[in-house]
Design a protein around this ligand. Sequence first.
Ligand SMILES: Nc1nc2c(ncn2[C@@H]2O[C@H](COP(=O)(O)OP(=O)(O)OP(=O)(O)O)[C@@H](O)[C@H]2O)c(=O)[nH]1
Length: 590
Amino acid sequence: MPSIAGRDCSNYEQASLDIEHEPSLLQNFRPQARPNAMSISAKTTALILLMGLLLSLSAFYIQRSIVYPAFHEIELDYARDNIDRVVRRLETQRETIDFTVYDWSAWNDTYAFIQTGDPDYIESNLYPDTFLNFGFDVVLFLNLDREPVWGRIFDFPVDGGFVDLTDAYLDGVLAATSGFTYRIDPEEHIDDQKTSGIVQVGGMPVLFAMRPIVKSDGSGPHKGYVVFGQFLDDELISKFSEQIVQDFSIEPVSEADVSGASDAYTLAIIDRSALTASKIYSIEDIPSLRATAILPRHITEVGRDITFYGVALLVFLCTLLAAALLALFRWMVVKPILSLKADISSISNAMDYSLRASIRNNDEIGALSREFNAMLGMIESNNTELLRLNAELTSKHQKVLEIQGELQSANAELRRLSEHDPLTGLSNRLALERKLEQAWEILSRTGDPLTIMLADIDHFKLYNDRYGHQAGDEAIKQVAAILTDAVQRKTDMAARYGGEEFLLVLPGTDVEAATEIAASIRERIIAANIEHDCNPVEPFLTISTGVSTVVPRSDLTVEDLVSAADKALYKVKERGRHNFGYQAVEPTVR
Ligand SMILES: Nc1nc2c(ncn2[C@@H]2O[C@H](COP(=O)(O)OP(=O)(O)OP(=O)(O)O)[C@@H](O)[C@H]2O)c(=O)[nH]1
């Protein structure tokens, strides 16, 4: 079992080992990139692209939901304005007819004419060029019975001539317009004694105005009616369209058609490039015509173009901005970080903590580099201190090992001294007693025999007396060597039992083998021929040996065995020495 010192020393050794391998251990802690790790560049690119996409979608949404509808609303306003212009043109024309009617109806000459039918009045005033100038197709002078005193229906072709259509249309126009006279209230002020409207004659709308014929000062009673009118034919509509620079068409409506919404606009989109705008033209609150214009959707097209090019420009600018931001980010952030990482990797690979990372920027990454360098400084300092401590520890460990070696030597020597006889080097009494107890216990279990031999030098007192005590010691050492050689087995033991007495322990040796060994010892002593000229037995040194063998059992003890050997020795001494004898073991009577 290793000593505590040894255990401590092994700990020191491990500690020393740890320090020596510190760099490689640090390498084991180097973080490994995760397989699915996403770089900052990729994340930033994704973020910028996402922001660009969101921005473009927002712009697209704003354009579609705010800008484009605003353009559409402007377009509708524009359409309403245009159809209003059409209606205003019709109204202006109606007012023109009415004003002209006013001139003719509140005139003493007309007042006289309607009563007399004076041909001079006709000759002087009612010639076709007059109406050609006005552009009026219908000219009626009606008496109070609504019968024409004079009436003509013309058509004025574009060549400047005129066509008399009186015969074809007079009755129709009369039938359609004469019913309007009830609208004129003669009790009203002269300015309000009027009516106007649109009637259908032969499928053609006629815009007309009617006033009662009074004197020039506006006094009555009225004697008839003046009706002027115009066919709202294609020619006139084209003329109006040119004047207001807006094509339009008209169609008759009745009150039932518009069901009270006489001024309502009707706007309908035809396709991407055109829409229709309609409005009811009412005269004296009576729905008369529906004017309809087909309008190009220029504003919507402009809005659509602005929307498209606006979003396209925004996407383009976003892309440019994203690319610029990304490049800037890579230059300002990613590149310095990669440079710092390269520095850290090379320092880590070189395991040289005296190296430092380059500080390229004076920003957060520069601050990070400085912090890293400061940490390297600490590691370097700690490393140096660790190396110093390690060297110190190693030195102390060496000393401990030396002391441990010395202690082990001393222990071994102590153990040897405590178990061996200093003169002969044989086992001493203490080791002998342990050996006997151990052998007795083992053999009592195995059932094998245990032999002991008690050898004693004959007449050794005489030897000492003859050759001196020092020579006696040498003789004792020689006999010890002979006995040691005689016992071959590892389990055997030769011990110094007393002054010139020796005890051999031979586990597993029976009587026959023991007898052979005893004889062999005797032969070796003879062969050694150690001079002892005052030995009464032989002229050389002799020994006597008592042998005893027993299979250890519970009713016997080691002392019984030793006692038997002692008896055997005693008998050999009595019989003249220089021999060996056997004595069986007898239990001690207790
Ligand atoms: N030189 C020396 N003499 C020893 C030592 N130990 C014992 N002796 C001597 O051995 C002698 C033993 O004498 P005795 O016990 O009378 O026996 P013996 O003279 O050998 O006669 P027997 O045993 O009867 O044959 C004594 O004189 C002891 O002094 C020793 O270590 N060295």
